[in-house]
Design a protein around this ligand. Structure first.
Ligand SMILES: Nc1ncnc2c1ncn2[C@@H]1O[C@H](COP(=O)(O)OP(=O)(O)OP(=O)(O)O)[C@@H](O)[C@H]1O
Length: 359
């Protein structure tokens, strides 16, 4: 699977632009702010029906325009598939594959597997647990659509249960039976999500540790730990035990929506004790492990986007990544960088066909 052509209309700083891509390596070079990351984001959009960088969909429309459109032409098993994402101000986003509109965007996730490595990944270390849950969800969802559908159902019930708790508080009332209906549904979907996250992490953690070892070339030990309240007991019982607290808080304080990952280096949180280089290595290992995992699950080499990595990494780490490309473990690769010479020198080493776009 590879992207052979993309057309952007009013997407961020692009008015109308078409790029024809190489099957292997494509590089975008140019000064700061010319739109290199924006092209990568458009490619990301075609896989996930959303931006990696800006969650406010309308802010991706070119200033003072009314809509944006991204059209991608993919080669999949010797057939051409077209995916279009478009958004008009005041209307709902539309995602089409071969002319057919998706009723649910979630049905599209996983169809065009993709992994992005970007300086914005730092959020995984610095932000709250929500960002780390999204990471787990995005990895599993790309190879298990049922997981995503179950998670969506769980989140819907969660919203309903929270509204009910609010209703109880505002009206100074309480109906245990009513709440129990939601508890049972939450437990049903939540247990499925929990089990799938557990199975996933059991497989993912060794892959991640191996990637870290290769990238960092170091002896320090890293850990990735799955934290869930459900490790401590049966979900339905935990919900029953927290009813009094939930009524005070007016939201559901127990469940898989509180899960988190702990990132450690030599037994200490990497956020506080990891050097900048160690943190970068940790994040790249996470993303490359994501790549390995999706590839193993779906038998497809995901598209890999490397945003600004040469700027942020030392030569050793860049060489490690490039050597992986060399081993032909990768499928199609997109790279953004400010320095044409640096990029060209790095990709030449791979002896793979490449194309450079000067923006
Ligand atoms: N909705 C929008 N309409 C018009 N321009 C936009 C919009 N959103 C972002 N931009 C512009 O896109 C540019 C940033 O593009 P991008 O992040 O792709 O740059 P870059 O080439 O990757 O730069 P750097 O080398 O600094 O990472 C900025 O000039 C910004 O003003």
């Amino acid at each position: 699977m590879y992207l052979q052509k993309i057309t952007l209309v009013n997407f961020k700083n692009f008015e109308t632009q078409t790029f024809d891509f190489q099957e292997k390596i494509n590089c975008f070079v140019g000064n700061n702010g010319v739109g290199k990351t924006n092209v990568l984001d458009a490619i990301y959009y075609l896989s996930f029906a959303k931006s990696y960088f800006n969650p406010v969909a309308t802010q991706n429309i070119r200033h003072s325009e009314d809509f944006f459109m991204i059209e991608g032409e993919y080669q999949i098993d010797n057939k051409i598939e077209t995916v279009i994402c478009s958004l008009k101000r005041g209307s709902k986003k539309v995602v089409k594959r071969n002319g057919k509109i998706y009723e649910k965007f979630s049905d599209h996730i996983g169809y065009l597997p993709l992994v992005i490595i970007s300086p914005a990944d730092r959020d995984l270390i610095t932000d709250g647990s929500d960002t780390r849950r999204k990471f787990i969800d995005s990895v599993i969802s790309q190879s298990d659509n049922k997981y995503l559908q179950t998670l969506i159902k769980y989140n819907k019930v969660l919203v309903q249960r929270n509204s009910l708790l609010k209703y109880f508080a505002v009206n100074r009332t309480f109906d245990a039976l009513n709440l129990k209906v939601y508890d049972e549904q939450l437990a049903r979907y939540g247990n499925i999500v929990y089990e799938k996250r557990k199975i996933f992490l059991n497989e993912f953690i060794p892959i991640f540790k191996n990637r870290y070892k290769i990238i960092s070339n170091s002896l320090e030990s890293v850990a990735l730990i799955y934290k869930s309240q459900l490790n401590e007991g049966v979900f339905l019982e935990l919900l029953a035990q927290s009813v009094a607290r939930d009524r005070v808080l007016q939201y559901t304080s127990t469940g898989i929506h509180k899960d988190d990952l702990t990132f450690e280096i030599d037994g200490h949180p990497i956020k506080k004790f990891g050097s900048q280089g160690q943190q970068k290595s940790y994040l790249i290992a996470l993303k490359l492990a994501q790549f390995d995992f999706i590839k193993a699950q779906s038998n497809v080499k995901p598209i890999l986007l490397l945003d600004d990595i040469f700027d942020k990494l030392d030569d050793l780490r860049v060489a490690q990544i490039i050597s992986l490309v060399n081993k032909d473990e990768f499928g199609q690769l997109f790279i953004s960088d400010t320095h044409k010479e640096r990029t060209e020198a790095a990709v030449k080493v791979t002896k793979q066909p490449y194309k450079i776009f000067q923006l």
